[in-house]
Design a protein around this ligand. Structure first.
Ligand code: FMN
Length: 478
């Protein structure tokens, strides 16, 4: 044989060897799913900063999460060096950019990475299983169905390692939720995992779902920031036997989540519903909602103050929140962003004397120390992270959650793509990310003279006004 045939054979052998290695290794989902060709992504990524610096975008331009933010999550998740060199490359000309006031005499001790919630969940209503969440960071609701089985396993196992709560989302409880992480069982308008044969809410079905699962709290979802006021459809093709079992629906049959709850019609009915599931389970019960109509919050707080009954916690989701799929008009224009939304809710409860009783959860791009600290200064007790946790398990912000073609196996049910995501490796990354976020938050609190980030106040933060000036954060976000 001539030399060029040997060269071709040699190249072929190398390609096959690389392909075999790619398919069997577990660190990189992209390579497992796209053997050989997947290396192109890493090659381009490695020279990306140089290319982008001259041609495309800078480190803070991309949305929803900038390259700097994603780099920080990836480095934190992998336990790599999460520091940035040479100083900030941020411009301070956008309105709302926060500056935290350091203390001249900061706390000089190792911050560590454990931060328990300052409040006890369920204390106000004296629930049988009230508890103090050991981590102020929790994994926000994302259902099995919108995320893959491997992603749910990784998140749940990672939550167990990090000692944080894992919200099931509205798709019920599956076996993938039984990997060590404590759960918040979310009930959406479809009552998945808690419905009878006609799709109506059933307390017996709810209790049966929770029987063998480590559920610590129940969350009633009124709405979410990315698509408030509308329901959802899960096409029959996506209703696999596993998903059907978790949701309590028929395999292969399209299921619809209505736009609103059928179990109650008004504030009094909502409070009654919350109390009935709390009484049946003994667990703290919260509600999750995006914020539009301020009058609703005032009415709810007034009713709760008058009756001494109602949810133990309120989770506020900002309009900038994520979703598996939503109409653009809803993601872009319906519901207030977190910074405008949360003060409406907090003020309503404070006005009616319940500000200290209610535990406030917040979500909406809060998975970075600066945003989490600002939210805590605004009065948030618990931070929920959804897409940041997706980044930690390998999401590359391809924004393909709605198409079923997520290349990293996170938000898809495609078996080949899901196979690329190794839950054990990615669980360690969830743990790394959550611990790194807690460590940054605590380090910031120490620099500001506090032992716990919930002691940070808005008076210790200044924000830009967008016109080249600065204003006290308390004047805008209080
Ligand atoms: C893929 C995906 C699925 C989601 N599913 C739910 C859900 O089932 N229930 C819910 O209340 N919120 C859901 N959310 C919203 C998140 O729980 C969270 O409130 C929102 O994304 C804001 O947090 P983030 O900015 O950290 O992503 C989902 C978000 C994503 C990205």
């Amino acid at each position: 044989m001539s030399w060029w045939i040997w060269t071709l054979v040699g190249i072929g052998v190398v390609v096959v060897a690389v392909a075999l290695y790619d398919i069997t290794q577990k660190r990189h989902a992209i390579l497992r799913n796209f053997p050989v060709i997947g290396h192109l992504r890493y090659a381009l990524e490695s020279i990306g900063p140089e290319l982008r610096q001259y041609i495309v975008t800078d480190n803070d331009e991309e949305r929803p999460f900038s390259r700097d933010q994603r780099r920080w999550v990836y480095a934190s998740a992998k336990g790599d060096n999460k520091y940035f060199g040479f100083g900030t490359d941020n411009r301070f000309d956008e309105a709302g950019y926060p500056f935290f006031h350091h203390d001249p005499f900061p706390i000089d001790s190792d911050a560590g990475d454990e931060i328990a919630c300052a409040k006890t969940l369920g204390a106000w209503r004296n629930r049988e299983h009230a508890f103090r969440p050991p981590s102020i960071i929790g994994i926000s609701a994302m259902s099995f169905g919108s995320l893959s089985s491997a992603a749910i396993t990784a998140l749940n196992r990672g939550a167990g390692l990090a000692g944080c709560l894992h919200n099931t989302g509205e798709g019920g409880i599956s076996n993938h939720h039984r990997n060590g992480g404590d759960l918040v069982f979310q009930l959406g308008t479809g009552y998945f995992g808690a419905r009878d044969a006609h799709g109506e809410f059933s307390i017996d079905a709810m209790l049966a779902s929770m029987e063998t699962a480590p559920v610590r709290a129940i969350e009633l979802k009124l709405s979410q920031g990315a698509k408030p006021g509308i329901g959802g459809v899960l096409p029959g093709a996506k209703v696999t036997p596993e998903i059907a079992a978790a949701r309590g629906v028929e395999v292969g049959v399209t299921v619809r989540s209505p736009a609103r709850h059928r179990a109650f019609d008004d504030v009094a009915g909502l409070v009654e519903f919350v109390e009935s599931i709390a009484a049946a389970s003994g667990l703290p019960v919260g509600i999750k909602s995006a914020v539009g109509n301020a009058a609703f919050w005032d009415e709810l707080a007034e009713h709760m103050a008058a009756t001494g009954r109602g949810p133990d916690y309120v989770a506020v989701d900002g309009g900038e929140g994520g979703t598996g799929a939503a109409p653009l008009i809803f993601s872009d224009h319906v519901a207030l962003p977190f910074r405008q939304a949360f003060p409406i809710v907090r003020r309503a409860f404070e006005t009616h004397g319940l500000g200290d009783q209610i535990v406030f959860f917040g979500a909406g791009k809060l998975g970075f120390a600066s945003d989490a600290a600002l939210a805590m200064a605004m009065g948030v007790d618990m931070i929920g992270v959804a897409r940041e946790a997706m980044l930690a398990i390998g999401c590359i912000q391809a924004q393909e959650c709605h198409s079923g073609h997520c290349p990293t196996g996170v938000a898809t049910q495609n078996k080949w793509l899901v196979r690329g995501l190794d839950p054990t490796d990615k669980a360690a990354r969830v743990n790394g990310y959550i611990r790194s976020l807690r460590n940054d938050l605590l380090t910031l609190a120490h620099a500001m003279g506090h032992e716990h980030p919930s002691s940070i106040s808005l008076d210790q933060i200044t924000i830009t006004d967008g016109n080249g000036g600065i204003v006290p954060a308390s004047a805008v976000l209080g």
